[in-house]
Design a protein around this ligand. Structure first.
Ligand code: GLP
Length: 247
């Protein structure tokens, strides 16, 4: 069963998630973290950076695997997830770049299948993901697993939903947002030992109410995770506002 934790705001939720990650890393310094991009995890990343700088949290042995990336995209593009992770977490938190993994937005088409398999193998070789941080798309996507994604899906190239592209448009001024993304699959995500889905703000309230506690439904990909044995939702009050039983 999933557990729902409701906090006053994103900063409080981010601090609670950081506390859990810090405890995990103290117990297992080379822990494997699954990471997400987007606005939602930023308060968590800010807090991890703060603890690294002010409290000596040592993240130098942590290994990280990000969920997804646009395709194709240059790693230096301002909208690339690779660049966002380096800027917001990896460099300021003292995680060696060699320990940071993310699907490569420059992978040529003929290498996509092999690169996806290599990504899965790298996760397995690291011992699997100890804790996976997830955001939630307005259509219920996790990573770039858009509605219709299969519960058994693995790392692959996907077509982005129109809603996802419209939302991404602001990050691509003067150009078309990408039509595709590379994402780990729902089965990849489900094999993580802990799942932590973060969702903040009024705009997420409707999809949170649809996803939390729902029966698995491929139209809302997050529902395909709900039978995970260790799933927790980190919500703020605004995102939790439409849940049937307010916590
Ligand atoms: C993006 C990313 C997801 C992210 C989600 C929510 O498209 N591919 O990994 O979790 O959408 O983004 P945000 O946190 O900005 O609302």
């Amino acid at each position: 069963m999933s557990r729902i934790r409701v906090f006053a705001g994103p900063a409080e939720a981010g601090a609670a998630a950081a506390t859990e990650i810090a405890a995990l890393v103290r117990a297992k310094p080379d822990a494997v973290l699954g990471l997400a991009t987007g606005a939602t995890p930023l308060p968590l990343y800010r807090e991890l950076v703060r603890r690294h700088r002010e409290e000596g949290l040592d993240l130098s042995r942590v290994r990280t695997f990000n969920l997804d990336e646009y395709w194709p995209i240059d790693p230096e593009h301002p909208a690339s997830f690779r660049r966002a992770m380096l800027e917001h977490l990896i460099r300021p938190a003292g995680i060696p770049e060699a320990n940071f993994h993310i699907p490569d937005g420059r992978t040529p088409p003929e290498r996509l299948v092999a690169a996806a398999e290599a990504y899965e193998q790298a996760i397995a070789a690291a011992g699997g993901i100890d804790l996976q941080v997830l955001g939630l798309g307005l259509n219920g996507h996790v990573g770039f697993n858009e509605p219709g994604s299969h519960a058994g899906s693995r790392t692959r190239l996907v077509e982005l939903a129109e809603q996802t592209r419209r939302r991404a448009a602001a990050a691509f001024p003067g150009e078309e947002p990408p039509r595709h993304g590379l994402t780990v699959g729902l089965a990849t995500i489900r094999s993580a030992r802990r799942l932590r889905i973060l969702a903040f703000g009024r705009e997420k309230a409707a999809i949170v109410a649809r996803a939390v506690g729902a029966a698995p439904d491929p139209a809302v990909p997050a529902t395909l995770l709900v039978d995970h044995p260790d799933l927790e939702w980190f919500l703020d009050r605004a995102a939790a506002a439409r849940l049937p039983d307010r916590v």
